[in-house]
Design a protein around this ligand. Structure first.
Ligand SMILES: Cc1cc2nc3c(=O)[nH]c(=O)nc-3n(C[C@H](O)[C@H](O)[C@H](O)COP(=O)(O)OP(=O)(O)OC[C@H]3O[C@@H](n4cnc5c(N)ncnc54)[C@H](O)[C@@H]3O)c2cc1C
Length: 352
Protein backbone atom coordinates (compact mmCIF):
# COMPACT_ATOMS: atom_id res chain seq x y z
CA UNK A 1 0.00 0.00 0.00
CA UNK A 2 2.87 2.41 0.50
CA UNK A 3 3.26 2.71 -3.23
CA UNK A 4 3.40 6.50 -3.46
CA UNK A 5 6.74 8.13 -3.20
CA UNK A 6 7.64 10.64 -2.10
CA UNK A 7 4.72 11.62 0.09
CA UNK A 8 2.49 10.82 2.96
CA UNK A 9 -0.03 8.06 2.63
CA UNK A 10 -2.79 7.73 5.20
CA UNK A 11 -4.69 4.48 5.44
CA UNK A 12 -7.98 4.64 7.27
CA UNK A 13 -10.77 2.21 7.86
CA UNK A 14 -14.18 2.84 6.35
CA UNK A 15 -16.69 3.42 9.10
CA UNK A 16 -20.03 5.08 8.34
CA UNK A 17 -20.07 8.82 9.19
CA UNK A 18 -16.71 8.69 10.98
CA UNK A 19 -14.72 8.24 7.76
CA UNK A 20 -15.85 11.50 6.19
CA UNK A 21 -15.05 13.46 9.33
CA UNK A 22 -11.67 11.77 9.75
CA UNK A 23 -10.71 12.49 6.16
CA UNK A 24 -11.70 16.14 6.37
CA UNK A 25 -9.57 16.59 9.51
CA UNK A 26 -6.61 14.62 8.18
CA UNK A 27 -6.77 16.50 4.86
CA UNK A 28 -5.18 19.46 6.63
CA UNK A 29 -1.97 17.37 6.77
CA UNK A 30 -2.06 17.47 2.94
CA UNK A 31 -1.31 13.76 2.44
CA UNK A 32 -0.31 12.65 -1.03
CA UNK A 33 -3.16 10.21 -0.97
CA UNK A 34 -5.72 8.57 1.24
CA UNK A 35 -6.15 4.85 1.00
CA UNK A 36 -9.35 3.51 2.44
CA UNK A 37 -9.05 0.02 3.82
CA UNK A 38 -10.60 -1.80 0.93
CA UNK A 39 -13.48 -4.19 1.06
CA UNK A 40 -11.30 -7.29 1.14
CA UNK A 41 -9.01 -6.11 3.91
CA UNK A 42 -11.91 -4.87 5.94
CA UNK A 43 -13.69 -8.13 5.40
CA UNK A 44 -10.78 -9.98 6.91
CA UNK A 45 -10.66 -7.70 9.89
CA UNK A 46 -14.36 -7.53 10.39
CA UNK A 47 -16.01 -10.68 9.07
CA UNK A 48 -19.45 -9.81 10.36
CA UNK A 49 -19.93 -6.86 8.02
CA UNK A 50 -21.32 -7.59 4.58
CA UNK A 51 -19.44 -6.61 1.43
CA UNK A 52 -22.28 -4.27 0.42
CA UNK A 53 -22.23 -2.59 3.79
CA UNK A 54 -18.53 -1.94 3.43
CA UNK A 55 -18.75 -0.75 -0.15
CA UNK A 56 -21.54 1.65 0.77
CA UNK A 57 -19.18 3.43 3.12
CA UNK A 58 -16.48 4.15 0.55
CA UNK A 59 -15.53 7.78 0.90
CA UNK A 60 -16.27 10.34 -1.80
CA UNK A 61 -12.91 11.66 -2.99
CA UNK A 62 -12.97 14.99 -4.79
CA UNK A 63 -10.71 15.54 -7.79
CA UNK A 64 -9.99 19.13 -6.76
CA UNK A 65 -8.40 17.76 -3.56
CA UNK A 66 -6.46 15.09 -5.46
CA UNK A 67 -5.11 17.74 -7.85
CA UNK A 68 -4.05 19.91 -4.93
CA UNK A 69 -2.20 17.12 -3.19
CA UNK A 70 -0.65 15.05 -5.93
CA UNK A 71 1.26 16.16 -8.98
CA UNK A 72 1.37 15.27 -11.74
CA UNK A 73 -2.19 14.06 -12.18
CA UNK A 74 -2.54 11.12 -14.56
CA UNK A 75 -6.05 10.40 -15.80
CA UNK A 76 -7.63 8.18 -18.41
CA UNK A 77 -10.79 8.79 -20.39
CA UNK A 78 -13.10 5.97 -21.50
CA UNK A 79 -16.36 5.88 -23.41
CA UNK A 80 -19.29 3.53 -22.76
CA UNK A 81 -18.97 0.46 -25.00
CA UNK A 82 -21.76 -0.46 -27.41
CA UNK A 83 -21.30 -4.25 -27.61
CA UNK A 84 -20.54 -7.08 -25.19
CA UNK A 85 -17.18 -7.57 -26.87
CA UNK A 86 -16.33 -3.89 -26.46
CA UNK A 87 -17.47 -4.07 -22.82
CA UNK A 88 -15.04 -6.95 -22.20
CA UNK A 89 -12.29 -4.93 -23.89
CA UNK A 90 -12.98 -1.95 -21.63
CA UNK A 91 -13.01 -4.16 -18.57
CA UNK A 92 -9.57 -5.53 -19.53
CA UNK A 93 -8.28 -2.01 -20.21
CA UNK A 94 -9.44 -0.75 -16.82
CA UNK A 95 -7.70 -3.71 -15.16
CA UNK A 96 -4.43 -3.00 -16.99
CA UNK A 97 -4.47 0.76 -16.44
CA UNK A 98 -5.36 0.33 -12.79
CA UNK A 99 -1.78 -0.84 -12.24
CA UNK A 100 -0.63 2.70 -13.06
CA UNK A 101 -2.61 4.12 -10.10
CA UNK A 102 -4.23 6.96 -12.03
CA UNK A 103 -5.33 10.02 -10.10
CA UNK A 104 -8.76 9.51 -11.65
CA UNK A 105 -10.48 8.15 -14.73
CA UNK A 106 -13.48 9.58 -16.56
CA UNK A 107 -16.33 8.20 -18.64
CA UNK A 108 -17.94 10.21 -21.43
CA UNK A 109 -21.61 11.09 -21.78
CA UNK A 110 -22.85 9.92 -25.18
CA UNK A 111 -24.23 12.34 -27.73
CA UNK A 112 -27.77 13.35 -26.80
CA UNK A 113 -27.55 11.51 -23.48
CA UNK A 114 -27.58 8.20 -25.37
CA UNK A 115 -25.32 6.45 -22.85
CA UNK A 116 -26.85 7.93 -19.71
CA UNK A 117 -27.34 4.71 -17.72
CA UNK A 118 -24.17 3.09 -19.02
CA UNK A 119 -22.05 6.10 -18.08
CA UNK A 120 -23.42 6.11 -14.55
CA UNK A 121 -23.07 2.32 -14.22
CA UNK A 122 -19.46 2.28 -15.44
CA UNK A 123 -18.38 5.19 -13.26
CA UNK A 124 -19.94 3.74 -10.14
CA UNK A 125 -18.55 0.27 -10.94
CA UNK A 126 -15.01 1.66 -11.36
CA UNK A 127 -15.25 3.59 -8.13
CA UNK A 128 -16.82 0.79 -6.12
CA UNK A 129 -14.94 -2.23 -7.44
CA UNK A 130 -11.49 -0.94 -8.40
CA UNK A 131 -10.93 1.83 -5.88
CA UNK A 132 -9.98 4.29 -8.66
CA UNK A 133 -11.62 7.68 -8.38
CA UNK A 134 -13.98 8.10 -11.32
CA UNK A 135 -15.65 11.11 -12.90
CA UNK A 136 -18.78 11.17 -15.03
CA UNK A 137 -19.08 13.54 -17.98
CA UNK A 138 -22.50 15.17 -18.22
CA UNK A 139 -23.95 17.35 -20.98
CA UNK A 140 -26.95 19.67 -21.29
CA UNK A 141 -28.09 17.99 -24.53
CA UNK A 142 -31.73 16.88 -24.44
CA UNK A 143 -32.15 17.51 -20.70
CA UNK A 144 -34.38 20.03 -18.96
CA UNK A 145 -33.46 21.32 -15.53
CA UNK A 146 -35.77 18.70 -14.00
CA UNK A 147 -34.04 15.95 -16.03
CA UNK A 148 -30.64 17.19 -14.90
CA UNK A 149 -31.78 17.21 -11.28
CA UNK A 150 -32.87 13.56 -11.63
CA UNK A 151 -29.59 12.60 -13.34
CA UNK A 152 -27.56 14.33 -10.63
CA UNK A 153 -29.50 12.48 -7.95
CA UNK A 154 -28.83 9.21 -9.76
CA UNK A 155 -25.11 10.06 -9.97
CA UNK A 156 -24.72 11.09 -6.35
CA UNK A 157 -26.79 8.12 -5.13
CA UNK A 158 -24.32 5.95 -7.04
CA UNK A 159 -21.44 7.56 -5.13
CA UNK A 160 -20.24 9.81 -7.98
CA UNK A 161 -18.96 13.11 -6.67
CA UNK A 162 -16.86 14.29 -9.62
CA UNK A 163 -18.49 15.60 -12.78
CA UNK A 164 -17.15 17.09 -16.01
CA UNK A 165 -19.86 19.64 -16.82
CA UNK A 166 -20.31 20.18 -20.56
CA UNK A 167 -22.76 21.76 -22.93
CA UNK A 168 -22.39 18.96 -25.50
CA UNK A 169 -22.48 19.16 -29.29
CA UNK A 170 -25.56 20.01 -31.35
CA UNK A 171 -27.17 16.91 -32.94
CA UNK A 172 -25.61 15.73 -36.26
CA UNK A 173 -26.50 18.02 -39.13
CA UNK A 174 -27.19 21.03 -36.89
CA UNK A 175 -24.71 23.80 -36.35
CA UNK A 176 -26.44 25.81 -33.62
CA UNK A 177 -26.94 24.42 -30.17
CA UNK A 178 -30.59 24.63 -29.12
CA UNK A 179 -31.46 23.77 -25.53
CA UNK A 180 -34.67 21.85 -24.84
CA UNK A 181 -37.51 23.65 -23.06
CA UNK A 182 -36.26 24.70 -19.62
CA UNK A 183 -32.82 23.37 -20.51
CA UNK A 184 -29.39 24.96 -20.24
CA UNK A 185 -27.55 26.75 -23.04
CA UNK A 186 -23.88 26.88 -21.99
CA UNK A 187 -21.35 24.80 -20.10
CA UNK A 188 -21.12 27.64 -17.57
CA UNK A 189 -24.85 27.33 -16.88
CA UNK A 190 -24.45 23.63 -16.08
CA UNK A 191 -21.55 24.37 -13.73
CA UNK A 192 -23.67 27.02 -12.01
CA UNK A 193 -26.67 24.70 -11.85
CA UNK A 194 -24.71 21.87 -10.19
CA UNK A 195 -22.90 24.20 -7.79
CA UNK A 196 -26.24 25.72 -6.84
CA UNK A 197 -27.73 22.37 -5.91
CA UNK A 198 -24.67 20.50 -4.61
CA UNK A 199 -22.34 23.20 -3.30
CA UNK A 200 -18.81 22.01 -2.49
CA UNK A 201 -19.90 18.38 -2.03
CA UNK A 202 -18.95 17.76 -5.66
CA UNK A 203 -15.87 18.59 -7.67
CA UNK A 204 -16.56 20.01 -11.12
CA UNK A 205 -14.40 20.07 -14.21
CA UNK A 206 -15.07 21.84 -17.53
CA UNK A 207 -13.71 21.69 -21.07
CA UNK A 208 -11.11 24.09 -22.49
CA UNK A 209 -9.96 24.62 -26.08
CA UNK A 210 -6.35 25.70 -26.64
CA UNK A 211 -7.05 26.15 -30.37
CA UNK A 212 -10.42 27.83 -29.70
CA UNK A 213 -13.82 26.11 -29.72
CA UNK A 214 -15.01 25.35 -33.23
CA UNK A 215 -18.09 27.61 -32.93
CA UNK A 216 -16.16 30.62 -31.66
CA UNK A 217 -14.03 32.47 -34.20
CA UNK A 218 -12.61 34.86 -31.60
CA UNK A 219 -10.06 33.40 -29.13
CA UNK A 220 -10.52 36.33 -26.72
CA UNK A 221 -14.31 35.78 -26.59
CA UNK A 222 -13.81 32.02 -26.17
CA UNK A 223 -11.48 32.69 -23.26
CA UNK A 224 -14.05 35.00 -21.62
CA UNK A 225 -16.63 32.23 -22.02
CA UNK A 226 -14.20 29.81 -20.41
CA UNK A 227 -13.75 32.22 -17.52
CA UNK A 228 -17.54 32.18 -17.00
CA UNK A 229 -17.27 28.41 -16.33
CA UNK A 230 -14.51 28.92 -13.79
CA UNK A 231 -16.28 31.86 -12.15
CA UNK A 232 -19.40 29.68 -11.92
CA UNK A 233 -17.43 27.09 -9.93
CA UNK A 234 -15.34 24.80 -12.16
CA UNK A 235 -12.44 23.46 -10.07
CA UNK A 236 -10.28 22.37 -12.99
CA UNK A 237 -10.20 22.32 -16.78
CA UNK A 238 -9.35 19.54 -19.21
CA UNK A 239 -8.31 20.57 -22.69
CA UNK A 240 -9.37 19.34 -26.07
CA UNK A 241 -6.61 17.24 -27.64
CA UNK A 242 -3.81 19.04 -29.47
CA UNK A 243 -0.70 17.92 -31.35
CA UNK A 244 1.32 21.09 -30.96
CA UNK A 245 2.23 21.97 -27.37
CA UNK A 246 2.73 25.59 -28.43
CA UNK A 247 -1.06 26.02 -28.49
CA UNK A 248 -1.33 24.71 -24.92
CA UNK A 249 1.37 26.97 -23.48
CA UNK A 250 0.07 30.03 -25.29
CA UNK A 251 -3.44 29.22 -24.04
CA UNK A 252 -2.29 28.74 -20.43
CA UNK A 253 -0.51 32.08 -20.56
CA UNK A 254 -3.61 33.84 -21.89
CA UNK A 255 -5.84 32.07 -19.37
CA UNK A 256 -3.63 33.11 -16.45
CA UNK A 257 -3.57 36.68 -17.75
CA UNK A 258 -7.39 36.57 -17.88
CA UNK A 259 -7.51 35.57 -14.20
CA UNK A 260 -8.14 31.83 -14.62
CA UNK A 261 -6.12 30.18 -11.87
CA UNK A 262 -7.47 26.60 -11.73
CA UNK A 263 -5.38 23.65 -13.02
CA UNK A 264 -5.54 23.27 -16.82
CA UNK A 265 -4.89 19.59 -17.57
CA UNK A 266 -3.70 18.93 -21.12
CA UNK A 267 -5.65 16.27 -23.01
CA UNK A 268 -3.53 13.99 -25.18
CA UNK A 269 -4.72 11.53 -27.81
CA UNK A 270 -1.89 9.72 -29.62
CA UNK A 271 -2.53 9.46 -33.37
CA UNK A 272 -3.45 5.81 -33.91
CA UNK A 273 -4.59 6.04 -37.51
CA UNK A 274 -4.42 8.54 -40.31
CA UNK A 275 -8.22 9.05 -40.44
CA UNK A 276 -8.28 10.33 -36.88
CA UNK A 277 -6.14 13.34 -37.82
CA UNK A 278 -8.20 16.51 -38.24
CA UNK A 279 -11.34 15.08 -36.59
CA UNK A 280 -11.19 17.36 -33.58
CA UNK A 281 -9.91 20.44 -35.32
CA UNK A 282 -6.40 20.07 -33.86
CA UNK A 283 -3.72 21.37 -36.21
CA UNK A 284 -0.63 19.29 -36.95
CA UNK A 285 2.82 20.85 -36.61
CA UNK A 286 4.17 21.06 -40.20
CA UNK A 287 7.05 18.63 -39.53
CA UNK A 288 4.64 16.01 -38.13
CA UNK A 289 2.34 16.47 -41.12
CA UNK A 290 5.28 15.83 -43.46
CA UNK A 291 6.31 12.67 -41.62
CA UNK A 292 2.74 11.37 -41.56
CA UNK A 293 2.54 12.05 -45.29
CA UNK A 294 5.55 9.75 -45.85
CA UNK A 295 3.96 6.95 -43.80
CA UNK A 296 0.30 7.31 -44.72
CA UNK A 297 0.11 3.93 -46.51
CA UNK A 298 1.66 2.05 -43.59
CA UNK A 299 -0.89 1.99 -40.71
CA UNK A 300 1.54 0.43 -38.25
CA UNK A 301 4.21 3.01 -38.93
CA UNK A 302 1.60 5.77 -38.48
CA UNK A 303 0.70 4.32 -35.10
CA UNK A 304 4.35 4.10 -34.02
CA UNK A 305 4.90 7.71 -35.03
CA UNK A 306 1.73 8.65 -33.11
CA UNK A 307 3.12 7.07 -29.93
CA UNK A 308 6.52 8.68 -30.43
CA UNK A 309 5.00 12.12 -30.97
CA UNK A 310 2.54 11.87 -28.04
CA UNK A 311 5.40 10.72 -25.80
CA UNK A 312 7.51 13.72 -26.74
CA UNK A 313 4.48 15.96 -26.11
CA UNK A 314 3.94 14.48 -22.63
CA UNK A 315 7.63 14.71 -21.72
CA UNK A 316 7.75 18.38 -22.68
CA UNK A 317 4.45 19.16 -20.94
CA UNK A 318 5.48 17.58 -17.65
CA UNK A 319 9.03 18.97 -17.80
CA UNK A 320 7.62 22.48 -18.19
CA UNK A 321 5.22 22.06 -15.28
CA UNK A 322 1.84 21.02 -16.70
CA UNK A 323 -0.30 19.76 -13.80
CA UNK A 324 -0.72 16.33 -15.37
CA UNK A 325 -1.89 14.52 -18.49
CA UNK A 326 -5.41 13.40 -19.37
CA UNK A 327 -5.15 10.51 -21.85
CA UNK A 328 -7.94 9.95 -24.35
CA UNK A 329 -7.48 6.17 -24.33
CA UNK A 330 -10.14 5.06 -26.85
CA UNK A 331 -10.72 2.23 -24.34
CA UNK A 332 -7.33 0.64 -25.13
CA UNK A 333 -4.39 0.36 -22.78
CA UNK A 334 -1.32 -0.63 -24.85
CA UNK A 335 -0.39 2.81 -26.18
CA UNK A 336 -1.13 4.62 -22.93
CA UNK A 337 0.94 2.11 -20.97
CA UNK A 338 3.88 2.50 -23.38
CA UNK A 339 3.81 6.28 -23.01
CA UNK A 340 3.46 6.00 -19.23
CA UNK A 341 6.52 3.72 -19.13
CA UNK A 342 8.54 6.26 -21.08
CA UNK A 343 7.47 8.99 -18.62
CA UNK A 344 8.44 6.74 -15.74
CA UNK A 345 11.91 6.18 -17.20
CA UNK A 346 12.30 9.96 -17.32
CA UNK A 347 11.22 10.20 -13.68
CA UNK A 348 8.23 12.33 -14.64
CA UNK A 349 5.59 10.06 -13.09
CA UNK A 350 5.77 7.85 -10.00
CA UNK A 351 7.07 4.26 -10.19
CA UNK A 352 4.86 1.92 -8.24
C1 LIG B 1 -12.23 17.15 -22.09
C2 LIG B 1 -13.48 17.10 -22.95
C3 LIG B 1 -14.43 16.12 -22.70
C4 LIG B 1 -15.62 16.07 -23.46
N1 LIG B 1 -16.52 15.09 -23.18
C5 LIG B 1 -17.69 15.04 -23.88
C6 LIG B 1 -18.69 14.06 -23.57
O1 LIG B 1 -18.52 13.23 -22.69
N2 LIG B 1 -19.84 14.07 -24.29
C7 LIG B 1 -20.07 14.99 -25.29
O2 LIG B 1 -21.15 14.95 -25.89
N3 LIG B 1 -19.14 15.93 -25.60
C8 LIG B 1 -17.96 15.97 -24.92
N4 LIG B 1 -17.01 16.94 -25.22
C9 LIG B 1 -17.27 17.86 -26.33
C10 LIG B 1 -18.07 19.12 -25.92
O3 LIG B 1 -19.35 18.74 -25.47
C11 LIG B 1 -18.17 20.03 -27.14
O4 LIG B 1 -16.91 20.54 -27.48
C12 LIG B 1 -19.22 21.12 -27.07
O5 LIG B 1 -19.38 21.65 -28.38
C13 LIG B 1 -18.87 22.28 -26.14
O6 LIG B 1 -19.03 21.96 -24.83
P1 LIG B 1 -18.56 23.00 -23.68
O7 LIG B 1 -18.98 22.50 -22.39
O8 LIG B 1 -17.15 23.38 -23.89
O9 LIG B 1 -19.52 24.25 -24.10
P2 LIG B 1 -19.53 25.82 -23.76
O10 LIG B 1 -18.56 26.10 -22.65
O11 LIG B 1 -20.93 26.14 -23.54
O12 LIG B 1 -18.94 26.44 -25.07
C14 LIG B 1 -19.51 26.14 -26.35
C15 LIG B 1 -19.42 27.35 -27.26
O13 LIG B 1 -20.27 28.40 -26.75
C16 LIG B 1 -19.53 29.58 -26.50
N5 LIG B 1 -20.08 30.14 -25.26
C17 LIG B 1 -19.97 29.65 -24.01
N6 LIG B 1 -20.61 30.45 -23.12
C18 LIG B 1 -21.15 31.47 -23.83
C19 LIG B 1 -21.92 32.61 -23.51
N7 LIG B 1 -22.27 32.87 -22.24
N8 LIG B 1 -22.31 33.44 -24.51
C20 LIG B 1 -21.97 33.18 -25.79
N9 LIG B 1 -21.23 32.11 -26.17
C21 LIG B 1 -20.83 31.27 -25.20
C22 LIG B 1 -18.08 29.11 -26.35
O14 LIG B 1 -17.16 30.14 -26.71
C23 LIG B 1 -18.03 27.95 -27.33
O15 LIG B 1 -17.85 28.41 -28.65
C24 LIG B 1 -15.83 17.02 -24.50
C25 LIG B 1 -14.84 18.01 -24.75
C26 LIG B 1 -13.69 18.06 -23.99
C27 LIG B 1 -12.66 19.12 -24.28
Amino acid sequence: MDRLDPGICLTIATVPDVTAIAVSILASLRPTFFILADATIRQQKCPNRSQDDIKATLFLMLIRDLLASREPSISFEFFPPKTDEAAAQLQATIGELRALYPTFVSVTWGAGGSTRDKTIDIVSHIKRDTGIEAMAHLTCVGSSRADLTAILKHLTDAGVSNILALRGDPPKGETNFQPVADGLRHGSELVEFIRGSHGSRVSLGAAAYPECHVECPDPAADLQNLKRKVDAGADFLITQLFYDNGYYWDFVERARAAGITVPIIPGIMPISNINQVGRFGAKLPPALETELGHLRNDPQAVQHLGVAHATSQCVELLHRGAPGIHFYTLNRSTITRAIYSALRIQGLVPSH
